[in-house]
Write a protein of this length. Structure first.
Length: 452
């Protein structure tokens, strides 16, 4: 019998073989030859939904490995996630090549882009055009896409209307998740596309959607609530700017939406938006099933913080789970909000029994109020993020050190886990330097909500 050259097996076959083996057998099999050895790690990325390709490009050197990995395994992947440093032109060009390779895989089901920032840095527009064209080709060549996450990149979402048209032509019956929300480089000046609310009606299996609030209308909610459309599970809305021309979303539309999708969770994120309190409250209708609220760098209207938190506590107490408010810190000194007799954040923790995540950066909070929040929610509070410079010890410098230690011990006891405030030395640079790119601070949180 003639000898077999096992190194000539296609990588898809090798990965398939390794996926059936246990850890020790995989190591033994990897000693067969170089071809088998290079497939060892990627076999661990295979799950019940098929092969998952994860690429991380943070430097120009990483791009060489990413290119090799994508060219080797890109055509057998069912899911692909590309994380990259989007402020480096050479890396952006490398990611465009990765998308071009993935476009040759007709069996790709999920594509998720995870940039470090909301913009693509480029020396010439041709790089961005290549990136956009590669993404369009990928969508056109795939047979049954289920998840498309554009990574909040503004330059890409300038073509959102074109992407929606192609997605509707090719994947209207297979798409479960569309993440179209963006991060604007200039939140006070940007182009609003002509996207009709009916553009989403054709995606009858859609369960998760992220979108800029500019495109939300009663017609959109009604279209997603039509008979035959599966219930929506999550709706993430990004607010960049509020204008008087934007039609107010009626509470009745939210009622119809909730009747059709009883488990719907709405996340509202306000980004660099100098929106007055009354405008923000106009968005948060009583029947909106709000579960997550985040506000980043909107310090022009401090009074909206108190009014928004009060409204959330009174209106969404049954389902609300997380709040995140982040503002600039001037010379490591937190700002103050005009609170009524009872602190609004303490009242939020008291009323919202399902609160699990609490982040307050840039505003001063009394140490006893912080303890009260921890006591009210206890062990269910998974996240309690407050910088040390934002904890107010009532200007008692003589006992500040001992008070700090007592606060740390007490909150750790209440949460039943080690806890400490964020040290000043570990604060993100954008919190203390207005000229630093702030998007890198909150981008991971936005992308974390874009699940498969």
């Amino acid at each position: 019998m003639s000898s077999k050259d096992w190194s000539c097996l296609p990588s898809v076959v090798i990965v398939e073989i390794l996926s059936f083996l246990g850890p020790n057998d995989r190591l033994n099999a990897s000693s067969v030859c170089k071809s088998w050895r290079k497939c060892l790690f990627y076999a661990t990325q295979r799950n019940k939904d098929g092969f998952v390709l994860k690429v991380d490009v943070q430097s120009v050197q990483d791009s060489l490995l990413a290119k090799y990995v994508t060219e080797t395994f890109g055509r057998i992947a069912r899911r692909a996630s590309v994380q990259f440093e989007s402020t480096v032109p050479a890396i952006v060009q490398s990611v465009a090549h990765i998308l071009e390779v993935l476009a040759k895989n007709p069996n790709l089901r999920c594509i998720k882009i995870c940039p470090a920032s909301g913009r693509l840095e480029h020396r010439e527009r041709a790089i961005v055009n290549r990136y956009v064209d590669a993404f369009k080709t990928l969508i056109q060549s795939s047979r049954n896409l289920e998840v498309v996450a554009f990574g909040c990149v503004e330059e890409i979402l300038d073509s959102a209307d074109e992407f929606l048209r192609i997605l509707g032509q090719r994947h209207e019956s297979s798409l479960r998740c569309i993440y179209l929300a963006s991060v604007k480089e200039d939140p006070e000046k940007y182009v609003t596309l002509d996207i009709a609310p009916s553009a989403f009606e054709r995606f009858s299996r859609l369960q998760r959607l992220s979108l800029d609030y500019d495109y939300v209308r009663d017609e959109l909610l009604d279209g997603l609530s039509r008979p035959g459309h599966v219930p929506l599970l999550s709706l993430d809305l990004h607010v960049h700017m509020m204008t008087r021309e934007h039609p107010r979303i009626s509470d009745v539309a939210w009622q119809r939406m909730c009747a059709h999708s009883p488990n719907l969770e709405v996340s509202l994120t306000v980004l660099h938006c100098a929106v007055a309190a009354d405008s923000l409250l106009a968005i948060m209708q009583p029947s909106m099933p709000l579960t997550h609220f985040a506000q980043y760098f909107c310090s022009s209207y401090n009074n909206q913080v108190v009014e928004a938190v009060d409204f959330i506590a009174e209106t969404y107490s049954r389902r609300f789970r997380s709040i995140c408010i982040v503002e600039y810190i001037n010379d490591f000194k937190a700002g103050f909000y005009e609170a009524p007799q009872e602190d609004p954040f303490v009242m939020l923790a008291w009323r919202c029994e399902n609160l699990t995540d609490f982040t307050l950066i840039g505003y001063s909070i009394a140490f006893y109020d912080l303890i009260a929040i921890a006591r009210l929610r206890g062990q269910q509070l998974q996240t309690l993020k407050v910088p040390r410079c934002c904890i107010d010890f009532l200007n008692d410098s003589s006992s500040m050190t001992s008070n700090y230690e007592q606060v740390v011990r007490e909150i750790s006891r209440l949460l039943d886990q080690p806890w400490s405030p964020i040290p000043n030395s570990q604060l993100h640079s954008s919190l203390v330097d207005w000229e630093t790119d702030a998007v890198s601070l909150y981008m991971p949180s936005l992308l974390a909500r874009q699940t498969w």
